[in-house]
Design a protein around this ligand. Structure first.
Ligand SMILES: [Cu+2]
Length: 117
């Protein structure tokens, strides 16, 4: 009987642990400020289309073998990274709802569209 009680308690502990792991995995994604990462590779943004909550920060990582230069020029958001060397990250914070075009000043074909809700 004692062993049954111990087993029961450990089942409860396992369930509690599973729930804690579930919360740790899900709650940050639900946060408005959850960071999102975009890679620059082969002169493309990947992904090249995003939908984020107001207040989100998007980390743009230069995984390429060339320098990039990220910028946004819209009425509600101005951003200019300057030269972004290989291996570096720039952070864009989207504080206003809208649709933004994130571009590269060096490579005109690079295009990332961010919808902020
Ligand atoms: Cu570029």
């Amino acid at each position: 009987m004692g062993s049954w009680a111990r087993l029961h308690r450990s089942d409860f502990a396992a369930a509690a642990l599973a729930f804690a792991v579930f919360l740790a995995a899900v709650v940050p994604l639900a946060s408005a400020a959850a960071p999102i990462t975009v890679s620059q590779r082969n002169r493309h943004f990947n992904p090249d289309m995003l939908s984020v909550a107001v207040g989100s920060i998007v980390h743009i990582v230069n995984d390429d073998r060339v320098t990039h230069h990220v910028y946004v020029d819209s009425p509600t958001m101005k951003f200019d990274s300057g030269e972004q060397p290989m291996g570096t990250t720039v952070d864009l914070e989207f504080d206003h709802p809208g649709t933004y075009q994130v571009l590269c000043a060096i490579h005109p074909t690079m295009h990332l569209q961010v919808t902020v809700k």
